[in-house]
Design a protein around this ligand. Structure first.
Ligand code: NAP
Length: 246
């Protein structure tokens, strides 16, 4: 195992990405945290993030290889948090482009660098456990990205996290309330609906349990710093990790 000193956060100015980046940057003050997004800015209005001396914003589009920063080559790890729940109509905003291509393109380049440098690099991918009702393409495009990482990126230690609805009271004050409703629906599904003959066909109508952003961040940081074995973290496993943390 080698020392991680540079991590690139794809989508590091977003809700999930900024939280993970901010926590990691505080825990590892000597590690450079590159925050990549199309706007090339740190998260606006977050005073902790904007006072970090080891967070460096980079402007690049993970769907466009031509824009990749030269810093990418020297990074030991990527934490990838680009994706969309709702497909857009503009170029670059389809499920395939946002949830699959944005992963495949940068992972391909990162895998090439790892091969050339004869090292294993870490790739943490924030996927998802389940699609909301009638948005099944959301999850199939996420699974396509996972398959690519697991089958085509032999030089990467791939950590896949599959959370449910993400709860974080400081950044999204309304998220605990929604998380509560999500958990009630998930419990009804598990405790009642799935025990009936109609359970399987009705399963798509129900969410999985909500996941604390804190838990996602803890696991993602361990993966990015090479402290845990690469694997798929289902939401159930994240929930258990969450429980064991208490
Ligand atoms: N939020 C949830 O409840 C939840 C639940 C399960 C899974 N997830 C997954 O978690 C991930 C992050 O979600 P989020 O809620 O944090 O999203 P978000 O707040 O919309 O953040 C997305 C980030 O990605 C950047 N971005 C978008 N397209 C990009 C591109 N082509 N190249 C580079 N950067 C790009 C955005 O900045 P720019 O616009 O400046 O590029 C932003 O920093 C997603 O993959 C989502 O599927 C979220």
């Amino acid at each position: 195992m080698y020392k991680v000193n540079k991590i690139l956060f794809c989508g590091g100015s977003g809700y999930v990405g900024n939280y993970i980046m901010k926590l990691s940057a505080q825990q590892y003050p000597n590690v450079t945290h590159y925050v990549m997004s199309r706007r090339g800015t740190l998260r606006k209005g977050d005073s902790i993030t904007n006072n970090l001396t080891n967070a460096v914003p980079l402007k690049a589009d993970c769907q466009d290889i031509e824009t990749y920063p030269r810093e990418l080559e020297q990074c030991n790890s990527i934490v990838h948090t680009v994706g969309t729940l709702i497909e857009g109509k503009k170029p670059g905003t389809s499920y395939k482009e946002m949830n699959t291509d944005s992963v495949v393109k940068i992972a391909t380049k990162f895998n090439e660098y790892a091969k050339r440098q004869e090292v294993k690099k870490n790739f943490v991918f924030i996927s998802s456990e389940k699609a909301p009702p009638f948005l099944s393409d959301y999850i199939t495009t996420k699974r396509d990205a996972e398959d690519f990482l697991l089958n085509e990126c032999k030089h990467l230690n791939v950590h896949i996290l599959r959370p449910g609805f993400v709860v974080q009271p400081q950044d999204r004050t309304w998220s605990p309330m929604v998380g509560c409703l999500v958990n009630i629906a998930a419990n009804i599904n598990e405790g009642i609906v799935q025990k009936t003959p109609l359970g399987k066909p009705l399963d798509f109508l129900f969410p999985t349990h909500a996941t604390k952003l804190e838990t996602i961040a803890d696991v993602a940081i361990e993966g990015a710093h090479g402290h845990i074995e690469p694997k798929i973290w289902t939401n159930y496993m994240l929930q258990n990790y969450q429980a064991s943390e208490k």
